[in-house]
Design a protein around this ligand. Structure first.
Ligand SMILES: C[S@@+](CC[C@H](N)C(=O)[O-])C[C@H]1O[C@@H](n2cnc3c(N)ncnc32)[C@H](O)[C@@H]1O
Length: 273
């Protein structure tokens, strides 16, 4: 079991115990509201080279195990699912997919060196304070020639919600995200070869703000940042939020933008740069 007691970068990202607890609570509701997460994970799979043989795969931040099951169909059932949230792992275990379900942190994997052909990770790594540590760990557990395919979120995500709250009270109500340029720099500085790194906007629409915030909660992805307001949110502030968000309304409804980073990296073979 990974030690989750290490505090994260002060003021940058939520405490990992809170992230784990929040996703554990969301395990039962997650799949019913995960349409974007499904689409993004499928985009990650599409970016993998074809054909690919990867009997030893790792689903990193596996959640309910939806993509573990697809990986098992494609590459065989010899995979490992790792997640910070025990509740998610319990849920995934019952559905099949990975052979082993392991509680662990992407920044400090409880796994041996050089044992994976493929690491797949979709929409989990935005929760990691040290993306360079994730890259180091990926490089460590991949075999030479192995691939690391991921999606994550960057600055610009949920900007409509952030800006609307800003207009109300100037406080932190939305999770913080890394800049796309940081993904470019950190992957470029890593020991892995960057085969592909891109950013793509996905815009979802909601009839009202409550539908969006309920969905974030059901996903376990609502605001957990240090500095977030605690206690009940007063009626006047909620009304202020609804009014501010209305300024973004377009013919399809209230937009919520997700800026998704897609990456495919490769561990060089011995003797390659
Ligand atoms: C939005 S869900 C995505 C789940 C799945 N990959 C999918 O696409 O449906 C994010 C998952 O990442 C996990 N997670 C967050 N931080 C993590 C970390 N540092 N190490 C491992 N898993 C983490 C959460 O517990 C959660 O299950």
């Amino acid at each position: 079991m990974t030690d989750l007691s290490q505090p994260n970068l002060p003021g940058a990202l939520p405490d990992k115990r809170q992230v784990a607890a929040s996703f554990s609570r969301a395990a039962a509701s997650y799949d019913s509201v995960a349409a974007l997460q499904r689409a993004v994970g499928r985009n990650v799979l599409e970016r993998l080279p074809q054909p690919l043989t990867a009997p030893r795969w790792l689903d990193l931040g596996s959640g309910t195990g939806f993509f573990s099951r697809i990986l098992a169909e494609r590459y065989g059932d010899g995979g490992v699912a790792v997640d910070l949230a025990e509740g998610m792992l319990d849920h995934a275990r019952q559905q099949g997919g990975a052979r082993h379900h392991v509680a662990g942190d992407a920044e400090r994997l409880p796994l041996q060196d050089g044992c994976f052909d493929l690491i797949f990770s979709s929409l989990a790594l935005q929760w990691c304070g040290q993306f360079s540590a994730v890259l180091d760990e990926a490089a460590r557990v991949l075999r030479p020639g192995g691939l690391f395919a991921f999606s994550s979120l960057c600055v610009g995500t949920l900007d409509e919600l952030r800006t609307s709250w800003q207009a109300v009270d100037g406080q932190v109500h939305v999770n913080r995200f890394r800049h796309f340029d940081d993904y470019l720099r950190l992957t470029g500085d890593s020991s892995l070869q960057v085969l592909d790194l891109q950013r793509q906007a996905h815009v979802l629409h909601y009839p009202d703000v409550r539908s969006l915030t309920h969905e974030l909660k059901a996903l376990g992805a609502h605001n957990l940042n240090p500095g977030r307001p605690t206690g009940l949110t007063g009626r006047a502030r909620i009304d202020g939020l609804l009014r501010a968000y209305e300024r973004f309304r377009d013919p399809q409804g209230l937009p919520a933008t997700y800026q998704v980073v897609y990456g495919v990296l490769r561990k060089p073979l011995m003797g390659e740069d």
